[in-house]
Design a protein around this ligand. Structure first.
Ligand code: URP
Ligand code: ZN
Ligand code: ZN
Length: 475
């Protein structure tokens, strides 16, 4: 057989094994693994390199509308280009419903934004902001059937927060349709109460964002989300967990046999609340929710990954420019932290940070790295084994890494639409040098090789994790 490409001489790692072998690619798929595979149109020399499944970042925000006057820094072209340079072959952004909108229409709009623009493969989660009877009874079941098999619900944010009743209704539809619910767990009323009190006391600088969302806010909502999911008997994924207390809520639920899953992100491993204290308004560069905490919380998030409480490590890439009238400092005249758009960029730096801080410093194995960054995302969101592994028959979604390259993270190295990185100055060892999506180079030796349209939309199967434990009380 003549392959399109053979990646020769590298060290291949999956979520379970590490081995020396060549990878034969034909028709966009991995066609053979082994030695002496024979002829190919192109031989890629991977000696001294790691050959890993391309990262799947299952939590990114692209082209999402925000408050009036504020514009997200990445569209599907710039965000997926940055993803490719960061060693990712697929991202899962959100199609976000706003109050009064039809979910089906929203999905159409996001397809229009993404079609022909993407450098890596994409698939959408849905954000449910308006849990009307029509959405619950008709649109959601039909959309799950069409491959939109996961939805996010928010317990906070103006215009997005669902009541407990609405959460229960959405969870119930997830149970009936086999979809997976992702939960943003923060107590909205508590945040509003604290924000009002802080503002009344004149405490409006960016770092008070963290004071307005203390750990108790996240812990309480995490506990409540778990309780609601237990009542409905439906699995949930608690996203962007930032601290020990929330992590322990998830661990306890798992130990009780509940199907509760957890995700953490780089900002909770390497940033702290201190970063929000920058001079002038620099702290806005780190405003995200939940906020980065302290060193003890970082340690808890590492433990959560090491002990399997968290199965996913995602970026929660949600970029707003800093030095821009539509970014972190808009809208003008509104100086309180309350108005700073929540979210930070991270799709390009997610993998090097975990590789260096995790694998490089002996906190996790290379195989755990692959699981946390690719394989578990594919398994969780109905993409496995098409995506997320290096195996015969899987899509040839591959990142080739130089495990020894030393890089100081800097905005000058970034390829997305944002004008800063919150990880500026962090030194890492290990960097993705080439990224192939379905066998085609999108990044080759650090240079762009793909184009808008190199990435495609991928409908998903139902998550194998989203299976209830038993019949519910009312069935
Ligand atoms: O601050 C954050 N995380 N913004 C992104 C939206 C979300 O809640 O994931
Ligand atoms: Zn969220
Ligand atoms: Zn998010």
């Amino acid at each position: 057989m003549t392959f399109d490409t053979i990646i020769r001489g590298g060290t291949v790692a999956t979520a379970s094994d590490t081995f020396q072998c060549d990878v034969g690619i034909a028709g966009g798929k991995i066609a053979a693994l082994g030695a002496d595979l024979g002829a190919a149109k192109e031989i890629v020399d991977a000696r001294g390199r790691l050959v890993l499944p391309g990262g799947i970042d299952s939590h990114v925000h692209l082209s999402q509308p925000s408050a009036p006057g504020i514009v997200m820094a990445d569209d599907f072209a710039s965000g997926t280009k940055a993803a490719a340079f960061g060693g990712n072959t697929m991202v899962l952004p959100f199609a976000m419903q706003q109050k009064g909108e039809s979910l089906r229409e929203v999905v159409k709009q996001y397809h229009a934004k993404a079609d022909g623009q993407c450098y890596v493969d994409v698939s959408f989660h849905l954000i449910i902001a308006d849990a009307t009877e029509r959405v619950l009874g008709q649109e959601l079941p039909a959309l799950v059937n069409d491959g939109y098999t996961s939805f996010k619900v928010f317990m906070t944010y103006e215009g997005l927060a669902l009541s407990d009743m609405e959460m229960l209704n959405v969870m119930s539809v997830a149970r009936e349709t086999g979809a997976l619910v992702m939960v943003h767990a923060e107590n909205y009323d508590a945040i509003r109460f604290l924000t009002d009190r802080l503002e009344r006391a004149g405490k409006t600088a960016p770092h008070y964002h963290a004071a307005s969302r203390p750990i108790a806010v996240e812990r309480e909502a995490t506990h409540r989300a778990i309780s609601l999911s237990e009542i409905v008997d439906v699995p949930i994924m608690v996203v962007h967990v930032s601290n020990r207390e929330a992590m322990e809520e998830i661990r306890r639920a798992q130990q009780r046999g509940l199907k509760i899953y957890g995700e953490t992100c780089p900002q909770y491993l390497v940033l702290t609340e201190q970063d929000l204290q920058g001079l002038n308004m620099e702290g806005t560069k780190y405003v995200c929710s939940p906020p980065p905490r302290d060193k003890a919380s970082q340690q808890a998030c590492w433990e959560g990954m090491q002990q399997g409480v968290f199965s996913l490590y995602s970026s929660d890439h949600c970029p707003f420019k800093y030095d821009d009238p539509h970014g972190k400092l808009a809208p003008k005249g509104r100086t309180s932290f309350r108005w700073v758009p929540n979210g930070i960029p991270g799709v390009e730096t997610r993998l090097p940070i975990l590789f260096s801080e995790g694998v490089g410093k002996g906190r996790i194995t290379l195989n755990e790295f692959v699981a946390l960054t690719a394989t578990n995302h594919a398994k969780t969101y109905g993409l496995y084994p098409k995506k997320g592994t290096i195996a015969v028959g899987s899509d040839a979604d591959i990142a080739i890494w130089d495990p020894k390259r030393e890089v100081t993270i800097s905005q000058s190295l970034m390829h997305g639409g944002c004008d800063y990185t919150p990880y500026e100055g962090i030194k890492v060892t290990g960097w993705p040098v080439s990224t192939l999506v379905r066998g085609q180079f999108v990044v080759r030796d650090g240079e762009l090789a793909g184009k808008p349209g190199s990435g495609a939309y991928v409908p998903r199967e139902k998550s194998p994790l989203a299976v209830p434990r038993a019949r519910s009380a009312w069935e």
